[in-house]
Design a protein around this ligand. Structure first.
Ligand code: NAI
Length: 249
């Protein structure tokens, strides 16, 4: 199915994990994909695979983010989809009593401020077109919290969820849909890194997932493609859970 034929889709965090799987899925669905990452090597590879464009950018830097959307528009003539997905995992000890202010601020910058910047610079193009779909990556922890003490991470994702709801409501009448994607644990380098430091944490997490396994990134990408496409035309301001049932357990 080519539900995104000739749509211009910006993907941040395109070089790895959920972003990379989504680049592949978007390309399969016919989109022109603009791959954004800090990592030049993986980002270039993703763009080559998708026959798209790579823009190296730090999503915490406003000039970089403005350049990303300008380049997408100048190269392909529109900005139809923004998948604001780049993010980092929590610091080693992310409990409220241990997390330092610098670590807290860094997580908010990369996970939350980046989404604010990407929405801010995508919306003007979508507004002119009278149409667009924005998908912001939050997490299941934004909905249910986390018993594993990740205060800065959970707070950043809660912010993404609230911002997506707010923007979804605000821009609905202008044809711009905004949704928060809330994945459960996904088998990506981010999760593998976290569990390598604390293997027991993986087991603890696993027992709480009703489907009994972690998601593959391609399963998350399938949901992103749905939210990006007109098949989700009546969905906006939602918390879109793709979590193996963990939030309902
Ligand atoms: P990943 O670590 O595999 O990929 C993240 C990508 O973002 C990397 O390519 C990295 O270079 C890029 N990136 C990081 N900081 C950046 C910056 N400042 N500017 C531009 N690019 C930057 O991670 P994964 O697992 O694919 O995560 C993607 C998103 O999904 C994140 O927002 C994460 O918090 C979220 N998420 C992940 C879950 C999981 O279990 N893996 C569960 C729920 C949410």
């Amino acid at each position: 199915m080519r539900r995104l034929q000739d749509r211009v889709a910006v993907v941040t965090g395109a070089g790895s994990g959920i972003g990379l799987a989504t680049v592949r899925r978007f390309a399969d669905e016919g989109a022109r994909v603009v791959c954004v990452d800090l990592d030049e090597v993986t980002g270039t590879k993703a763009a080559e695979e998708a026959g798209g464009l790579f823009v190296r950018a730090d999503v915490t830097d406003e000039d970089d983010v403005a350049r990303v959307f300008r380049t997408a528009f100048e190269t392909y003539g529109s900005v139809d989809v923004a998948f604001n997905n780049a993010g980092i995992s929590p610091p080693d000890d992310d409990s409220i009593l241990e997390t330092g202010l610098d670590a807290w601020r860094r997580v908010q910058e990369v996970n939350l401020t980046s989404v604010y910047l990407c929405c801010k610079h995508a919306i003007p193009y979508m507004r002119r077109q009278g149409k667009g779909s924005i998908i912001n990556t939050a997490s299941f922890v934004a909905v249910m919290g986390s018993a594993t003490s990740q205060i800065s991470y959970t707070a950043s994702k809660g912010g993404v969820l609230a911002m997506s709801r707010e923007l979804g409501v605000q821009f609905a009448r202008e044809g711009i849909r905004v949704n928060a994607l809330c994945p459960g644990p996904v088998n990506t380098p981010l999760l593998q890194e976290l569990f390598a430091k604390d293997p027991e944490r993986a087991q603890r997490r696993l027992v709480h997932i009703p489907l009994g396994r972690f998601a593959e990134a391609s399963e998350i990408a399938a949901a992103v493609a749905f939210l990006a496409s007109d098949d989700s035309s009546f969905i906006t301001g939602s918390e879109f859970l793709v979590d193996g049932g963990i939030s309902g357990a």
